[in-house]
Design a protein around this ligand. Structure first.
Ligand code: AGP
Length: 599
């Protein structure tokens, strides 16, 4: 997934605007960047490996242009190099692209037969070659784009500059998002309206197979049959998102510390009374709940699975979106499928959602960002109120997701009478008191730092647990590995002895949580098993468990609806302080992106 920007203006230098747009799109990828702009009637291209600020430094500060396109990349085809960075040019055609051309090899072979040759490893250069081939064949951009869309399989948001048509930008879209921002003296094409709200809050969106011709006076939008279509202008309502790091060293730490507010903001509309709680959708009309997501969102789904099945006797299956599409999911109209996504733009989750929608089965979204592909496609959308989550490693979005899922479980249990009124009121009170439950855990910096000092040089670390603690260990392990680059593996505590325990040796670090009275004694036995093989144990528990051979982090007693929040905060902060000691790029870890908009 990548970020694309294009701009054309009567009287403004668009280069700083392109750079600003790219910086706001780095959450989509940041391993290389580039810009193509018109100067003296020629299209100049500057590209670099690395982040957008490196591209900015390469650009001559006095450079001026009124039309250009730019790109920040997360490599899909071809290494993260300057040569593979976008924009890519083939003779008359210069483009930036977000997405994946799945049949690019077939297209490449077609072009090689036409004596085309290529200099990069990217699918995008093939796309530029194909557009150029059709341009030289038809010399009619409408026919070119229509033929391209007919032939190409995959996903794309593409902005095109054409050598001898320098007063226009063209953009086309299939599956990857694209908006066209409108202003009196500048029109801006981008992957996401939030990247350009500094210049406009009015914009068009394109649907799949639509394309547009954008110049300083006009924006003409076409459907896939080349008919001009009218579109309503949308207006983006900026949320009061404070995007600064404040006094924090990293966005991730800020976002972890914000959780006492963001959890409360998310649950506030539903916790005042049982009547408020009943505002949540009635899931009792479904025989089964399916949950689909990726990464941290998937882990949030697993927490919900445990709670739905253990506390409301509702069957709940959770699927990785990337697997879901290619397996039999026994879908039916009696199954509600819940899609969890912080960004609302994750390609795997979108594809899974489109599959369910194609059968007209019911869908519900739990999304953190408004006006996104997923939020626009689901039948019902419950927004988490975590605010802008800028760090690639998700923290406050996760606790917001599990909070709203907990309330969905609570109201389902109330409706199907598996949870009585007293218990419901007790949990609502816990959420009202979330600040007091969470704050002491956020303030244990020295505890987490001392653990980080003991683990940050490790190559391999294990996270184990049973039941809900097993699912929480998955999120704990993901947090550590994605920001510290330490190989961290989550394992069901009871499963270790069936093979993996062979990896445990003296000083192997094992982190765990034990918050389930039914299972804790077994978890402790499993910890003793690894202790007996020399492991160092770090245990998060709400039991007043005493054991000098373990490092214990005590968390307050709470219901199962709240426990996951209290367990994950130590895991988040241990990961943060470990990465801090390792000196990694905590907010933008290598190889990652905040929103994975390719499959
Ligand atoms: C979270 O720490 C990861 N960066 C990643 O796994 C993320 O949760 C996943 O890509 C799903 O993103 P989404 O919630 O925006 O759909």
């Amino acid at each position: 997934m990548c970020g694309i920007v294009g701009a054309i203006s009567k009287d403004r230098n668009i280069l700083p605007i392109l750079i600003t747009g790219l910086k706001n799109l780095e959450y989509r990828g940041y391993d290389s960047a580039g810009v193509a702009y018109l100067k003296n009637n020629k299209i100049n291209i500057i590209k670099t490996r690395g982040k957008v600020n490196k591209l900015e430094n390469k650009l001559n500060k006095n450079e001026i242009s009124n039309i250009g396109i730019a790109h920040t990349r997360w490599a899909t085809h071809g290494k993260a190099t300057s040569n593979n960075a976008h924009p890519h040019r083939y003779k008359h055609i210069t483009i930036v692209h977000n997405g994946i051309i799945e049949n690019y090899e077939e297209m490449k072979n077609t072009l090689l037969k036409e004596k085309y040759s290529f200099k990069t490893d990217t699918d995008t250069e093939i796309a530029a070659g194909l557009l150029n081939y059709y341009y030289e064949k038809f010399n009619d951009i409408n026919k070119v784009i229509k033929e391209f869309m007919n032939k190409v399989i995959g996903s794309y948001a593409i902005v095109i500059m054409i050598d001898n048509d320098v007063d226009n930008l063209y953009c086309l879209k299939k599956e990857s998002p694209i908006v066209i921002g409108i202003n009196d003296n500048i029109n801006i094409i981008a992957s996401d309206i939030r990247a350009i709200t500094k210049y406009t809050d009015k914009y068009y969106t394109l649907n799949d197979y639509e394309y547009a011709k954008v110049n300083i006076n006009d924006i003409i939008i076409y459907d896939k049959d080349n008919n001009i279509i009218k579109k309503d202008i949308k207006e983006y309502k900026e949320e009061n998102n404070n995007n600064s790091k404040g006094h924090y060293k990293h966005y991730m730490l800020k976002e972890i510390m914000e959780q006492k507010e963001t959890i409360y903001n998310t649950v506030k509309p539903y916790i005042n009374s049982i009547g408020s709680l009943l505002k949540l959708p009635d899931l009792t009309k479904y025989k089964e709940i399916s949950i689909v997501g990726c990464g941290t969102a998937y882990h949030a789904g697993l927490v919900a699975k445990y709670l739905f099945e253990e506390l409301t006797n509702t069957r709940c299956n959770v699927y990785l979106a990337s697997e879901y599409r290619y397996q039999n999911n026994f879908l039916s109209k009696d199954t509600l499928t819940i899609f969890i996504s912080q960004s609302g733009e994750t390609a795997d989750t979108i594809s899974a959602l489109k599959l369910v929608k194609s059968k007209n089965y019911p869908t519900l979204g739990i999304i953190n960002v408004k006006e996104t592909t997923i939020s626009s496609l689901v039948d019902t959308c419950l927004y988490t109120k975590a605010g802008n989550e800028i760090a690639v490693a998700s923290t406050k979005a996760y606790t917001a997701q599990i909070s709203i899922l907990s309330l969905l479980v609570l109201v389902t249990g109330y409706r199907n009478k598996t949870i009585n009124e007293n218990k419901v009121l007790e949990v609502l009170n816990e959420f009202k008191d979330i600040d007091n439950l969470v704050t002491p855990l956020l303030n244990k910096k020295n505890t987490y730092l001392s653990i980080a000092k003991k683990i940050y040089k490790e190559k391999d670390i294990f996270y184990i647990g049973r039941g809900l603690d097993y699912y929480l260990s998955m999120e704990g392990a993901l947090k550590l590995k994605e920001i510290s680059y330490i190989h961290s593996e989550s394992y069901a505590a009871g499963e270790l002895k069936h093979g993996t325990i062979s990896l445990i040796e003296k000083n192997t670090k094992v982190l765990s949580s034990a918050t389930n009275t039914k299972l804790n004694s077994k978890t402790i036995s499993n910890l003793k098993e690894v202790l007996a093989r020399g492991a160092d144990i770090y245990l998060i528990t709400d039991e007043n468990y005493k054991d000098d051979t373990f490092t214990i982090i005590n968390i307050p007693k709470a219901s199962y609806f709240i426990k996951p929040i209290l367990v994950i905060i130590p895991y988040q902060l241990i990961a943060y302080y470990t990465a801090l000691l390792k000196g990694t790029n905590i907010d933008k870890p290598k190889n990652l992106a905040k929103s994975v908009t390719v499959e």
